[in-house]
Design a protein around this ligand. Sequence first.
Ligand code: FUB
Length: 458
Amino acid sequence: MKVTQFLLSTFVCAISTSLGAQNPIVQTCFTTDPAPLVHDGKVYLYTGHDEDKADFFWMQEWRVYSSEDMVNWTDHGSPLALESFDWADDRAWAGQCVEHKGKFYWYICAHSKITNAMAIGVAVSDSPTGPFVDAIGKPLADGSWDYIDPSVMIDDDGQGYIYWGNPEVYYALLNDDMISLKSEIEIIPQCEESFGGPNIKLRKEGVKYKDCYTEGPWLHKRNNKYFLLYAAGGVPEHIAYSSSDTPVGPWKYEGEIMPLQNTGSFTNHCGLIDYKGNSYFFYHTGKLPEGGGFGRSVAVEEFTYNDDNTFPIINATDKGVSPVGKLDPYKRVEAETIAFSKGVKSEPNQKTGIYISDIHNDEFIMVREVDFTKKSPKKIDVSVASALRGGLIEVRADSINGELLTEINVPGTGGWENWQTISARLDKKITGCHDLYFVFKGRKGCKLFNFDYWQFYN
Ligand code: FUB
């Protein structure tokens, strides 16, 4: 492709996308405690999952999403849950997955049947999306109510470090197998110099401290400097950070990154990546409809480090981030690849994998940066199933009321997982880059059909 052609197509993509909200980045369920990982050109996002209508962090499973453009996220379901650990029976709380020598190690915390306290566990897989299995059949560290929120970083010399804790800050060195500790579990001293305020046990009543460590550490290295980001200030939480010349301190309190935000969630929890030349800060809010302190949702912001290798202040936005890639509509696209949706849920199935369910009249799925190129498609295939009467999919460009490209009649197929491929011709021409809306229509008040994937042909 000539440079002018490339610039033109990038420009067309940029102006055709709507300026709509991109946060929270998953709308099909509540997601918490984001832990992003870049592997092989893709972003994998590991999250917790708040149950609908919860009145505490009664969390059962962890989930994975992936993206190649930071706006369209593919749901890979839940390859890790409390049942994956014989020793765990409650509170599938925050974790982080890292890659080491071709294997993926997912460090989590959960309530331990063995000690009736919280414990740190580790699961392993050959793939970033699982399946994951308990790597050691027992906790890596067990026995204290504040053994939560593990974060792992592998340094340039190959040494792995694991941090966790609330309200203590614990750390240990990992062996090269990533599933055993090389060192004793150490406690980092908390004082005004290191975290803006002393450990909770040493705080004096009536004294106003600059800040204090709460939970959710995220260990990070940049330009030979180590950073520990964490939820701070007690509840409600903001995000602050400390820096050090070594991965184990001494730490120096640096200040806030995400000050208290009016997001409806009294916790916050962060994760960081660099991807395609940009830096991204993941966090969670209570902003999804019916969300709140126990119904949280992951969001992301792009940011630029300050020239002196410190963090800027990052505020929560509804807009979120801009796309850094395009979606190819001439390849099969899973219906659970979504930039924004309304109403629908996702469901797992052994044979088809994840699909979109709970589709009702007037709900929709939107994908961004769909690049039809210069050739206009002639037809679209969708894979759908319905135990009832089916319904209709309107395929529209650029907005929910945008140009109608085609309508697809979805019949009853005799079962919610009796999949049929339905084809529809496109009479309208569409080229270049567009947002694409699948708007669902049918009888009001009932489930219409399930949706597994779509693909255009020309
Ligand atoms: O998601 C459960 C707990 O809430 C996490 O472990 C903490 O970091 C807080 O976000």
